[in-house]
Ligand binder design. Structure first.
Ligand SMILES: C[S@@+](CC[C@H](N)C(=O)[O-])C[C@H]1O[C@@H](n2cnc3c(N)ncnc32)[C@H](O)[C@@H]1O
Length: 156
């Protein structure tokens, strides 16, 4: 999905598996790779060397705060499946109009529509207009729940 020159923020990046694959297979301008675990940054740097990738910027800290220092992004990745929705407004505050947030979320399979409505309401109360362009089931999580990725476009 990533187009040449995109600015990307990975809010819960771990050792940057998404950033590495994106930099190897596409041509982003830069990937900001945030994780609250201070051990992650050293492994990101090691991964960058091993994979000969230069345009990842590792950042240690709470992404809700660290994201405020960053420029607006074309694409934001939120791979924190239990609680990513709580960070949606922080993500949208740094998403360009027309940009996309990829939110990973554990959802009861019978309740996906309800979650989409809640996300739209949360975004509206933060002053953002969004559309949910796709909801894709990635894997099962329990007998009744799955991990989904929601592609959320910032409209206003
Ligand atoms: C589910 S892991 C995903 C890691 C990576 N994206 C992957 O696929 O391997 C979630 C990561 O989010 C980090 N994390 C949790 N809360 C955070 C926060 N408030 N700010 C930044 N990182 C956070 C954790 O340390 C963990 O590495």
């Amino acid at each position: 999905m990533v187009k040449d020159g995109e600015v990307i923020i990975d809010m819960f990046a771990g050792v940057a598996p998404f950033g590495l694959v994106i930099c190897k297979r596409a041509g982003p301008k830069i990937v900001y790779s945030i994780d609250i675990n201070p051990d992650a940054e050293g492994f990101v740097r090691m991964n960058m060397q091993l994979n000969r990738v230069e345009n990842i910027v590792p950042i240690t800290g709470d992404s809700a705060e660290m994201i405020r220092e960053l420029p607006d992004a074309d694409r934001i990745i939120m791979n924190l499946p239990q609680t990513a929705d709580k960070f949606l407004c922080a993500a949208l505050s740094r998403t360009k109009i027309g940009g996309v947030v990829h939110m990973h979320k554990v959802i009861e399979r019978a309740e996906t529509d309800g979650l989409i409505e809640k996300i739209k309401k949360d975004a509206r109360s933060g002053g953002f207009g969004i559309s949910v362009n796709s909801v894709t089931e990635l894997k099962t999580y329990s007998p009744t729940m799955s991990v989904y990725v929601l592609d959320i476009r910032r409209e206003t």
